[in-house]
Ligand binder design. Sequence first.
Ligand code: ZN
Length: 310
Amino acid sequence: MRGIHHVTAISGRPTRNLDFYARTLGLRFVKKTVNFDDPGTYHFYYGDEAGSPGTILTFFPWEHASSGRGGLGLAQTTAFCVPAASIGYWTHRLIEKGVKHEALTKRFGEPVLSFFDPDGMSLALVGISGTEAEAAWSTGEIPAQHAIRGFHGVTLMLDAAAPTGAILTDVLGFTEAGREGPHVRYRANDGIGGVVDIREARGFLAGRMGRGSVHHVAFRAADAAEQAEMARKLVKSHGVHPTEQKDRQYFRSVYFREPGGVLFEIATDLPGFTIDEPLANLGQNLKLPPFLEPRRKELEAVLPSLELVS
Ligand code: ZN
């Protein structure tokens, strides 16, 4: 299976991020850990019940990060799949929760409800018929029938679609699926996390990464062998040199800057989030990779408290 593995973004205050994604949107908080490259700060993972590839949205909550600005070289919008019949439910819920949103539109024939998280991150719910049959995580507050199923996809804002499109199609398992206005759609599968839209905005201002921005988009590789093959193809056919493989505890990753400027990652499906805690307890306790476990006391002392005000 190909497509999006996870999307990682930058947020502000950790409790506000947790409240919005776990409560307002009803995603499962599947892992509370630290940023392995900056372990005094959190790394939050949200997803479906198991944090399956294609459902994982992760955040680096940096309370004092300055605001990002959309533009060329950044992912512009991250979209989730909901059943087509649930768009009305979500419109009502966004109004009720005071979430900034826009009027319902259509893209490629699908209803799109655009909205923003508390840090200004651009999000959307896309109504897809047939997804109501797929299993969903329910928080109790949001009935399973209306719950978010995972990613629909991401929209990248780029100067030109072709160079990035070549990597999506040649290396990452996507095919070009159509054009509508400034958007070129690429599709890896018909299910969760299968879509990348490139919005061509030639000559537009470059984006500035910050609070509310997507940091990188990760694509799926079944295992290390497939990932190595994709990395070889990047070098051989596209002159793009990915990093060496990094152990991210829940998957293995390589990173590269695609020609349009967006940071891409290729992440393995395995081992997944149950490697260090059982499925029933995901997200409840602070999990650290073995190399940081000796520093647990020190890290717990500096990480902000996550007590939510109810
Ligand atoms: Zn990542």
